[in-house]
Each structure stands twice: as C-alpha cells, then as structure tokens.
Design a protein around this ligand. Structure first.
Ligand code: CP3
Length: 352
C-alpha cells in the first residue's frame, strides 16, 4: 500500500479531517499554461499528446509543480472512448471535437466495438502509470471518464451541440437504439475506469457534463440509471486502499439527492448550486466538491481572495469539502490568478 505524502484530498473525499481544505481544478492542465502550450506543440496535436504516455505525464504534473495543488488529474480526454469506438474523432481549431461517423441507427450501434483498455486504449493506463511515476507520491492522481449520456451526445450529434436536437429526436423516435448505445457505453466506461484504477489512479471522477440539458424525466430515463450502473461497476479498493468516486453533473442542482444516492463518495457542484443548500441536502452522506465560477479567475487577485473566503465560509469547516471550480479553467485565464487562488485556499482554510 502506497500513500501520497499529501493525502488531504483523499481524506476530504472520505470526510476525514484535514489540516487545510484540499484544492484541485477541473482543466488544471491546459492552454492557459505556457508550459502546456510548449509540450502540445512538441506532440503535434492534442490527441497525439493524449496518446503519448510520457508527454501526457509531463503535462499532468505541470500544474502541480506550478500551483502546489493537492491532487493531479490525468491528462487525457473523455472522447478517447468514442475515438477507440472508431467514430472518426478530430479536433478542429475553433470548432472543438468533430466525429465523422456519428451513431444514429440500430446498425450503427450494433457495429460499435467495446474498446479494450488493454489494447486500443492501452495508452490511457500507460499514461496513468507514467503520471504516477512522475508524481512520485507527492499528491494522489485522479482518473476520469465521461458519463454514458455525455459521451452519447458527442457520438449522436457528431460533435458539440447547442440544442442537442439530434440526440433528443433519437430519444423520441427510436429510444431502443439510444438505450443500446448507452448500454454499450456503460460497459466501456466501467472497463476503462477500472483499468485506470488498476494502473494506479487513486480516485476517479465521472464527468456528466451534459446531464443538465435533460428535462427531469429524461434525466431519470437516459442518464441516472447508467450513472448508477457505472458507479456500482467500479472497484472500491485497489492495492489495499479505498478508491473514492466523484460524480460531477453540470446543471445537476435539481437532482443532488439522486446523485448522492448513486454510491459515490463525492458529488461535484457546478457554480449555480448553493453550497449551504447542498450541504443541508446531501452533506451528511457525501463530500462536496466545488464550486467557484471559473470566470472569477478573470478578476484581480484581491477579488479572487474575497470569493475564496466567502466560498470557504459557505461550505463550512466540517470535514468533506474539496475546493474546485464549478467547471473547467477557461483557456484565457491568467496563470498568476490561478496561483493566487490556490494560495488563498490554503492560507484561508489552514486549521493549524
Ligand atoms: O482537467 C484536466 O486538466 C484534465 C484534462 C481534461 C481534458 N478534457 C483536456 C482537454 C479533462 C478532464 C477533459 C474532459 C472533457 N473533454 C470533458 C468533460 C469536462 C468538461 O469540460 O465538461 C469534455 C466535454 C471534453 C470534450 C472536449 N475535449 C472538448 C469540448 C474540448 C474543447 C475543444 C476546444 O478546442 O476547446 C476538448 C479538448 C481538450 N481537452 C483540451 C484540453 C486541454 C484543449 C485541447 C487543446 O487545444 O490543447
């Protein structure tokens, strides 16, 4: 059993006391860091970077070195699974992801392979292992995957979407096909996350980025049952230690109780959720992660510090808060502002 020198993040996930509130940030590695842009250039393109375990590990460690974060998140992407399912993934400058072979018919779903994390996706557990070596047990490493619903939106729409019209139409016209896709994605995500855990990921987060675009009844039909299945299919321990699971549904404020009841240790809150209310609703069952508006990082460091103080106060001093943003760091964020944020969280939450 190997423990990290700084285990504040894992302790907070299990609602154990910590000397300060641990902090990590969604999209903590990425374009806002000049050192990331240099490695990305070396790799050629974004997918090439994800597929090179040593370069991915280098980028995973960069924000930990610069910012003194309490956890690292694997540098990868949720779209590795659709890529390995042969959907023809490309990232187009200024447009985001494009999938050239979208999934819309029963035949499309039938033909889809469930990728083997030991074969086509081998570069992901390899990047986990390389990142663990590069971190040298300084802080824990978080693995991740997209939720089945969120992955399905990209696969059916063929990329990002504003209205989600194609997948919502499919749900109405041919629900069996959509459920067939969600079922295959559920099996793929479980195998993928368990492979990350076995390669050394010490916690895992499920990104349900597009859960919030669903009506409540549709969320209960198309998203929640598959989230439950994913969570209950994951290893609970590895190498003698418990592996906490984090679930982040953007726009999930209406369903916090359901998210907490999936069996996760931590629920991630977006920035529209009231921390005090969330604490009253589910704080006795799970740890809470979040939820600063990433746009606050545009403000001057004094304003950032003020917002950190307010948020720490809202979450309260009881164990079980992992400081994070309510969504990912924007690419045009000044790195010094992110440094100010992490420093403020550590200083203002210090309990020694
Ligand atoms: O958090 C981290 O630091 C780990 C790395 C990470 C990335 N993507 C790197 C990335 C994580 C956890 C993700 C998850 C992800 N990817 C999500 C869920 C989280 C969320 O933001 O809601 C989603 C929806 C994706 C799909 C995706 N990948 C999109 C929409 C884009 C943006 C395309 C663009 O041009 O802005 C990506 C690309 C991507 N993933 C980048 C990074 C650093 C930018 C790539 C680059 O140009 O260097």
């Amino acid at each position: 059993m190997i423990r990290s020198a700084n285990d504040t993040f894992l302790r907070a996930c299990f609602r154990e006391p910590t000397p300060h509130t641990p902090v990590w940030l969604m999209r903590q590695a990425g374009r806002y860091l000049p050192e990331y842009r240099r490695v990305r250039e070396q790799a050629g393109d974004f997918l090439g970077l994800c597929q090179d375990p040593d370069l991915a590990a280098q980028v995973t460690v960069q924000p930990v070195d610069r910012l003194g974060l309490d956890a690292a998140i694997l540098f990868s992407d949720i779209l590795t699974i659709p890529d390995a399912m042969d959907c023809g993934l490309r990232f187009v400058e200024g447009q985001g992801p494009v999938l050239d072979r979208p999934i819309r018919s029963p035949g499309d779903v039938e033909r889809l392979p469930i990728p083997d994390p030991g074969a086509e996706l081998r570069y992901v557990p390899d990047a986990v292992a390389a990142s663990r070596r590069a971190l040298d047990n300084r802080v824990p490493l978080i693995g991740f995957a997209g939720s089945p619903w969120t992955l399905a939106t990209y696969m059916v729409e063929g990329g990002s979407s504003k209205t989600f019209g194609t997948i919502k139409r499919l749900a109405l016209e041919d629900p069996d096909t959509l459920h067939g896709l969600l079922d295959k994605l559920t099996r793929a995500v479980i195998a993928y996350l368990n492979a990350q855990i076995e390669a050394g990921a010490q916690a895992v987060q499920v990104f349900d980025t597009w859960g919030g675009v669903l009506a409540s009844r549709a969320f209960r039909e198309l998203d929640l049952p598959y989230l439950r299945r994913v969570i209950s299919g994951l290893r609970t321990t590895w190498d003698g230690t418990r592996v906490p699971k984090i679930l982040f549904t953007k726009g999930g404020n209406g369903w916090l109780e359901d998210l907490a009841d999936t069996g996760v240790e931590v629920v991630g809150l977006d920035w529209q959720t009231e921390p005090r209310q969330a604490g009253r609703r589910i704080g006795d069952r799970v740890a809470l992660q979040g939820n600063l508006d990433p746009a606050v990082l545009y403000g001057p460091p004094e304003r950032i510090e003020g917002e950190v103080a307010r948020l720490l106060d809202d979450f309260g001093s009881a164990p079980g808060h992992v400081f994070n943003l309510g969504h990912g760091v924007h690419p045009d964020t000044p790195p010094e502002h992110v440094e100010a944020l992490v420093e403020a969280v550590h200083r203002l939450s210090s309990r020694q």
